[in-house]
Design a binder for this molecule. Structure first.
Ligand code: PLP
Length: 369
């Protein structure tokens, strides 16, 4: 048996006629950039998400950058985010001219709210929580901190489409939520795409202008902006895939529960910890365990034709790009402790029960050797 880490082909084959038709329609209508199909997708996404504005952009990184710029973040400002995320979250902060400030994670791999306030200074303007792996950060506490210190709240929802907890829905708790539709994300295009969601009319208008060269009306450039738009083909594909997102998420959750059941009694493996309460809706973009002897386990699984991955091998403060901050493992004890133990197991909606059983059997075989 072979178990890939993700399989985008199988999903495509299941919806091929609809996808192919959608792509042809874009060609027929020459609606190549933004336009009819992108608008249709944004309207449907807005409805499903119950949000006022959905603004299409070229990718999830631009979504963060454009939002920060239009919130007025710039040189001299500081923006707080988690030590454990994809670099898009912090590099966009730097691109505005502001300084990224990293905070350690908790046992759920999410920004630790208890460690945020120690990092707030008179320069702090915003917090970017990242709902990493598909589970919501503690939004109650983070919202309170933002309100107390009058900070903007931008949620990076690239891994958390429709994730929720205790009445908080990913992207709707603060000023703005940003999404990536990179092919491997829970809702993925067949190329780059992203969007920004907000209920703030003024911010929506600014973002729309900024991502279109600073113009709301052609040739009327109010400011200098950027070029970040969604391709019509991606909009049409996303519109087809949006119909299945709830079903695919349910499949991910089911797959996670099979993993949990089968790995429950393996002492060398720590299963992903969940937010407390009954309303937690973890959407399992990734299923990340902590494990002993990681490198040997990876080789064993590889020999059994099981693909795994690591998200992410190095916490951001320890990356060369942030050497200038001169931060050490003592500054981020939890991130440091976890980064050598984390392992992402195969996770996608089409993963079969037999494949999960095979993965778990081989993990157990490895430890009982
Ligand atoms: C994927 C991802 C992004 C960036 O999305 P792109 O569409 O690849 O630019 C940002 N933040 C996180 C946490 C991500 O996982």
């Amino acid at each position: 048996m072979t178990v890939p880490f993700v399989d985008l082909k199988e999903q495509y084959l299941k919806i091929k006629p609809e996808i192919d038709q959608a792509i042809f329609s874009v060609l027929e209508d020459t609606a190549f950039i933004n336009g009819k199909y992108v608008n249709e997708f944004c309207e449907n996404f807005a409805q499903l998400y119950d949000v006022k504005h959905v603004l299409p952009v070229g990718n999830g990184t631009d979504a963060i950058y454009a939002s920060l710029k239009m919130l007025g973040i710039g040189p001299g400002d500081e923006v707080i985010t988690t030590a454990c995320t994809w670099i898009s979250t912090s590099e966009t902060i730097s691109q505005t001219g502001a300084m990224p400030v990293f905070v350690d994670i908790n046992d759920k791999f999410l920004i630790d709210p208890a460690k945020i306030e120690a990092q707030i200074t008179s320069k702090t303007k915003a917090i970017i929580p990242v709902h990493l792996y598909g589970q919501l950060c503690d939004m109650k506490q983070i919202k309170e901190i933002c309100a107390k210190h009058k900070l903007f709240l931008l949620e990076d929802c690239a891994q958390a489409h429709f994730a929720a907890n205790e009445g908080y829905v990913a992207g709707l708790s603060g000023d703005v939520g940003t999404f990536s539709f990179y092919p491997g994300k829970n809702l993925g295009a067949y190329g780059d795409a992203g969007c920004i969601i907000t209920n703030d009319d003024v911010l929506a208008k600014k973002v729309k202008m900024f991502t279109n060269h600073g113009a709301l009306v052609k040739h009327d450039h109010k400011i200098e902006g950027i070029n970040s738009r969604m391709d019509g083909i991606q909009g049409a594909i996303l519109n087809v895939k949006l119909k299945y997102i709830k079903e695919w998420t349910a499949n991910r959750i089911e797959n996670a529960s099979i993993y949990r059941e089968l790995l429950n009694n393996t002492p060398e493996v720590t299963l992903p910890k969940l937010n407390e309460g009954n309303s937690n809706h973890h959407v399992y973009h990734l299923f990340v365990i902590e494990c002993e002897e990681r490198e040997n386990l990876i080789s064993h699984l590889k020999n059994c034709n099981i693909q795994t991955s690591i998200h992410y091998p190095t916490p951001l403060p320890f990356m060369e790009a942030y050497n200038y901050k001169k931060q050490t493992q003592e500054d981020f004890p939890v991130s440091f402790e976890k980064h050598s133990r984390i392992l992402s197991l195969p996770m996608f909606p089409e993963l079969k029960k037999e494949q999960i059983e095979y993965v778990c059997t081989e993990i157990k075989n490895f430890y009982s050797k």
